[in-house]
Design a protein around this ligand. Structure first.
Ligand code: PLP
Length: 264
């Protein structure tokens, strides 16, 4: 918790804190910039840690430079001992070494807090945002992750096969389940027809959110969804309520309507 009210003269009380680990997208649409906004929109306080810097833009294939892990560790060690953190969101991991360092630090300083992992593999504008070893590193971390939030392309990448039918999806969930991921939110935006996001716990579908396909696809929807969930979990929401609120939040973002703080 961090007492923002004390500094600003307000008496709003302490805000729950979310640590964000993500890349910098200089268009401002995705990555850490989007994460910070989404966390603030939950009422939580964001601690932004950069995992990588990227070059990207319209018609520019993305490329990235990971942050120096020693430097990131120094940043974490400067901040974590004095700021109680209630949840973590990890997006672009940079490299497996950076990812391990983050998970070790979270376990050391805040054991048991929920970690939401958005397994970012490619940029919305095209171009790869992971190193080849990242897939194995992500799979190996399954038991440390409260919620995995892949879109269909990211789930295909993790599972190692195409997902066309429901039995392909079952097989993919079995693979990530074997790696210890209990809760998986599969985002349907890359499928056909009206998109449906489905929440699975232990491979059983526990909830689904069906939207309407619209002819726009703004950047950073996956980032915002995962960061908003982390913000809600930090505030004490249970997983289903957190995902539901985040789904509504991202719908407002996609449709360009102001977010009105809608919750279930
Ligand atoms: N993180 C970074 C740094 C990015 O640049 C991107 C996309 O370009 C993403 C994450 C993933 O964005 P989205 O939420 O559109 O999947």
């Amino acid at each position: 918790m961090i007492d923002e009210g004390a500094e600003s003269g307000n008496t709003t009380g302490p805000a729950p804190v979310v640590a964000l680990f993500s890349g910098l997208d200089p268009t401002g649409g995705a990555g850490i910039a989007a994460d910070i906004i989404a966390v603030r929109d939950t009422g939580a306080y964001a601690l932004p840690f950069l995992t990588a810097n990227t070059v990207q833009g319209q018609n520019v294939k993305a490329r990235f430079v990971p942050i120096d892990p020693t430097f990131l560790l120094d940043q974490i060690q400067a901040v974590f001992p004095s700021i109680q953190t209630e949840s973590v969101k990890i997006g672009m991991i940079g490299t497996p070494a950076i990812f391990h360092l983050i998970l070790n630090a979270v376990t050391r300083f805040f054991p048991g807090i929920p970690v939401v992992l958005d397994p970012v593999a490619s940029a919305s504008s095209g171009g790869c945002l992971v190193s080849p070893a990242s897939r194995d590193a992500i799979l190996a971390a399954g038991s440390q992750i409260r919620l995995l939030t892949p879109n269909l392309l990211e789930l295909e990448w993790l599972a190692g096969h195409a997902i066309r039918h429901s039995d392909d999806l079952d097989r993919a969930l079995a693979i990530v389940g074997r790696h210890g991921f209990q809760a998986v939110l599969v985002k349907g935006g890359h499928g056909e027809g009206d998109p449906e996001d489905k929440l699975f716990i232990d491979r059983k579908q526990v909830e689904a959110w069906k939207g309407r396909r619209v002819p726009v696809s703004p950047r950073g929807t996956g980032c915002r969804l995962a960061a908003f969930i982390a913000g809600k979990l930090a505030s004490g929401d249970d997983l289903i309520h957190a995902v539901h609120a985040a789904y509504q939040y991202v719908q407002c973002y996609i449709l360009g309507s102001p977010f009105t703080g809608c919750t279930r």
